[in-house]
Design a protein around this ligand. Structure first.
Ligand SMILES: Cc1ncc(COP(=O)(O)O)c(C=O)c1O
Length: 529
């Protein structure tokens, strides 16, 4: 008897099975269609031995898939939906398995994503839901993400940059009373990093105050913070650079002493710990990016997290058009007083759904994005471990070039979740950063700068007159900054001129690392000749 994929067979214990695929001799994958089809059912493998075949499967019970599905549909809609979903997912998995063979790598990128069948499954589920906007996957992801971090509230947004914008904007809310940030207030940050840690400070009418970074850790130079504080300073907004945490104890102490808000840009450090607690849980608000280069991805996406329920409500309002109502998408009247309240100078009972308490944005994500992230977060601990192992291996192997480089150091008390492996070229060597980077790139090793280098030198600053301060200086126009100002940040300048980073992400293998090290050896054999 021939077993045909797509047909349904009845076993002699009366169960129906839908044969999905021929795997190998006498082995098929199938979906059980009856008793077993409760909760979390997956396509399972079945082995039909030659001997068992005839007694187990009744010849006469070969019925068309369409007919039995029709019967099941009439009996139980939920089961029917589940079977069809499994079928669609299985076909997609077959496509993935048969088309996406791993080609030999010609280039080892500095960052990347690792996604597979679980993500595809979830994307298909989200497609079949056709909910489109943030729905069940999003709510589950927000819950699991908050649980992973150990934080009370997490809210998804459509990028890490949006998360940064939301975090700073939230601190300007009138709901914070006299703790709110006002136009012209100052926020301490660093110039060696990503532009959208700084942009929302200026976009909110605030003044960024730049202090230098430390060359070993790439993070804020704590000893310079207090001298930069003025009576206008209201917040510190800094990143855990390339996965290495800043000195959280020292920065938090300064914030407490000076009554400052602390925002952690955790976009590059998801999974990092400081004193055994996740980064992103120490500040008043933390931000995250799920762009494909990051520790987990949802395509485009990000999140904000906080332990403070008042801040959470402000963040949610600003993310969702500025609305006062906090009903989930698709829900009405969560508060039970939808038409029973007085808001502003609106008529009494004006529909709470259309009451606005902030000048907001719409920064929400779709359920497809959340569906991907929900699969990714399950793999996060493994991804972080791989990054940590790759860091150790790269450092061990590249230390032979210690005459040429300053190497990265984890901050004291930190277990970094590395984003990249940076190297700072020493000052007195016989090659330039450009020569080494060009060599690596043309030999298949991806490299990156620490993003903007010195942000103050970027055209957006030199071609515009934004108010800024550098360390303890007075307020200056960004277009009028000179070399003297830039030299107030010597380590930032050194990073711009002499540092770069290479990949250690969770798709990098020990063979890749071997290849990276060989390319460095090759370069230095030329330099030393
Ligand atoms: C430190 C930091 N903050 C914010 C962002 C912005 O994230 P996104 O690309 O998701 O907007 C990035 C991007 O890589 C980043 O490195």
């Amino acid at each position: 008897m021939q077993i045909c994929p797509g047909h349904i067979y009845q076993l002699d214990n009366s169960e129906f099975v839908l044969i999905i695929d021929f795997l190998e001799k006498d082995k098929y994958s199938f979906i059980p269609l009856t008793e077993n089809l409760t909760g979390g059912n997956k396509i399972t493998e079945i082995k039909f031995s030659q001997k068992l075949l005839y007694p187990v499967i009744r010849e006469a019970s070969v019925i068309s898939a369409e007919r039995i599905l029709q019967e099941i549909k009439e009996l139980e809609k939920e089961k029917y939906d589940k079977i069809l979903r499994e079928l669609v997912k299985h076909s997609a998995q077959l496509y993935l398995r048969n088309t996406k063979s791993v080609a030999a790598r010609k280039y080892i990128p500095a960052s990347g994503k690792v996604i597979g069948e679980a993500e595809l499954d979830n994307m298909i589920e989200a497609s079949l839901d056709m909910w489109l906007t943030a729905g069940r996957f999003n709510f589950q992801f927000e819950k699991e993400f908050a649980k992973f971090l150990g934080v009370r509230h997490a809210l998804t947004v459509n990028s890490g940059s949006s998360a940064n914008l939301l975090a700073i904007t939230a601190l300007t809310s009138h709901k914070l009373g006299n703790k709110k940030l006002n136009y012209g207030d100052e926020v301490i940050t660093v110039a060696a990093g990503f532009p959208t840690t700084i942009a929302p400070i200026i976009q909110n009418g605030l003044i960024p105050v730049f202090v230098d970074v430390d060359l070993q850790t790439f993070n804020i130079c704590v000893s310079q913070i207090e001298e930069a504080i003025s009576e206008k300073t209201k917040a510190i907004f800094i990143a855990h650079t390339l996965g290495n945490t800043f000195n959280i104890d020292a920065v938090s102490d300064i914030c407490k002493k000076n009554n400052l808000w602390l925002i952690e840009d955790n976009c590059d450090a998801l999974g990092a710990k400081y004193k055994n607690k996740h980064t992103g849980t120490y500040g008043h608000i933390a931000t995250f990016s799920f762009y494909p280069a990051h520790h987990i991805t949802m395509g485009e996406g990000g999140a904000v997290a906080t332990n403070d329920t008042s801040l959470f409500e402000i963040l949610m309002s600003l993310r969702d058009w500025g609305r006062d109502c906090y009903c989930s998408s698709g829900k009405d009247d969560t508060c039970g007083k939808r038409f029973e309240q007085q808001h502003g100078k609106l008529p009494f009972g004006y529909d709470h759904k259309y009451v606005y308490s902030h000048l907001g944005y719409n920064l929400k994500i779709t359920d497809w994005q959340a569906a991907i992230a929900l699969s990714q977060i399950k793999k996060l601990p493994e991804f972080v471990k791989t990054r940590q192992q790759n860091f150790e291996l790269l450092k061990k192997e590249l230390l032979k070039f210690v005459d040429y480089f300053i190497f990265p150091e984890a901050t004291e008390n930190a277990a970094p979740s590395w984003f990249g492996f940076w190297l700072i070229i020493k000052e007195d060597v016989q090659f330039s950063k450009k020569e080494l980077v060009d060599f690596l790139e043309t030999n298949g090793i991806g490299t990156r700068n620490l993003f903007a280098g010195n942000m103050l030198r970027q055209p957006v600053f030199t071609d515009n007159s934004y108010k800024i301060r550098v360390r303890s200086s007075g307020i200056k126009q960004s277009s009028e900054l000179t070399d003297d100002d830039f030299m107030l940040l010597p380590s930032t300048e050194a990073i711009m001129n002499r540092a770069f980073w290479i990949g250690l992400w969770h798709g990098i293998t020990s063979d890749d690392i071997k290849e990276i090290v060989e390319k460095f050896e090759c370069f230095f054999s030329g330099v030393n000749q």
